[in-house]
Design a binder for this molecule. Structure first.
Ligand code: SF4
Length: 298
């Protein structure tokens, strides 16, 4: 048995601290179950305590995880559709003592909130972002997203999707990222390893999870992915090589760390007015009398 998994069994109480108590509402066979387990395992194996985390969820099926992960032990935020990244990024910059993990679906992330993704990647906020790519808007009953495959009939587009799907990792790689990875919801071990690397990363860790959705995306079930998943043995050294590795979404879908720049300073490290400051912005919040300031405008 893998050494880390033995350790996990010995740390049952730490693992249980990340378990929620609410009723699970995801469909049977949904990829969200495996993703949630992998994330919990990664956090325990990295020694990250629940009280030192903030989980931010977008709107979507994945967002129902907000009341299922350690609902009595961790901080969670369930925000507006497509807007999870700026909120999570702000929290990460304001309080570097906590590990911020944001999650979003392919609908909210690649359409409504794609502008936020652009600036989070190029700014390199110190946080983890997990993209649940189930290739549709599952929560609203299976409409096409920017990631739905061309020609596929969906609710709202019964004659088939007209445009080709976005390649999310390729998109992120075009924004000078510091960390881009792809994994698959049918392999908890691989997801755990990728999420552990993302949690250790210094800047914005973009993790795309190819997620099965047996209810509305029946064309690409677990078996379809298992026949096509290609495990990268090494991390490509350049962005060009990473783009080449992640290009195929049909026959040979590469998973692994596609690109990592461990030396890139993150957003907080580049903020001039925070250089040499020992406290976080959160610790500096206090009451200030602004009566004097307002007098200038009387
Ligand atoms: Fe999961 Fe799809 Fe059901 Fe949503 S609709 S809970 S993504 S299986």
């Amino acid at each position: 048995m893998n050494k880390d998994y033995k350790t996990l069994a010995d740390r049952k109480n730490e693992y249980l601290a990340y378990e929620g108590t609410e009723v699970i509402t995801w469909c049977g066979g949904c990829g969200n179950y495996g993703i949630q387990k992998a994330l919990e395992r990664a956090l325990v194996l990295e020694g990250i305590k629940p009280k030192n985390t903030l989980f931010c969820y977008d709107i979507g099926c994945h967002g129902n995880g907000s009341d299922k992960i350690g609902d009595k032990t961790v901080y969670t935020l369930h925000g507006l559709h497509g807007r999870v990244i700026p909120v999570a990024g702000g929290a990460a910059v304001a309080n570097s003592n906590i590990k911020v993990i944001a999650e979003g679906g392919d609908g909210g992330t690649m359409s409504e909130g794609v502008n936020h993704l652009v600036h989070a990647v190029r700014s390199d906020y110190p946080m983890v972002f997990i993209l649940h790519n189930n290739e549709n808007y599952g929560l609203t009953t299976g409409q096409a997203s920017a990631c739905t495959r061309q020609g596929r009939p969906m609710n709202g587009s019964p004659d088939g999707v007209i445009s080709p799907p976005m390649n999310c990792c390729d998109f992120a790689l075009g924004l000078n990222p510091s960390f881009v990875a792809r994994t698959f919801s049918g392999d908890v071990k691989h997801m755990t390893d990728i999420l552990r690397a993302a949690l250790r990363h210094n800047g914005f860790a973009f993790v795309e999870i190819m997620q099965v959705c047996p209810t509305y995306n029946r064309a690409t079930p677990q078996e379809w992915y298992l026949e096509r998943i290609n495990y990268l043995k090494t991390t490509p050294k350049t962005i060009e090589a990473a783009r080449k590795a992640c290009a195929d979404l049909d026959q040979k879908i590469s998973v692994g760390i596609l690109y990592q720049d461990k030396k890139m300073p993150n957003y907080l490290e580049r903020l001039v007015n925070r250089q040499g400051v020992k406290t976080t912005s959160v610790e500096e919040v206090g009451r200030v009398d602004i009566k004097g300031l307002l007098k200038q405008f009387e």
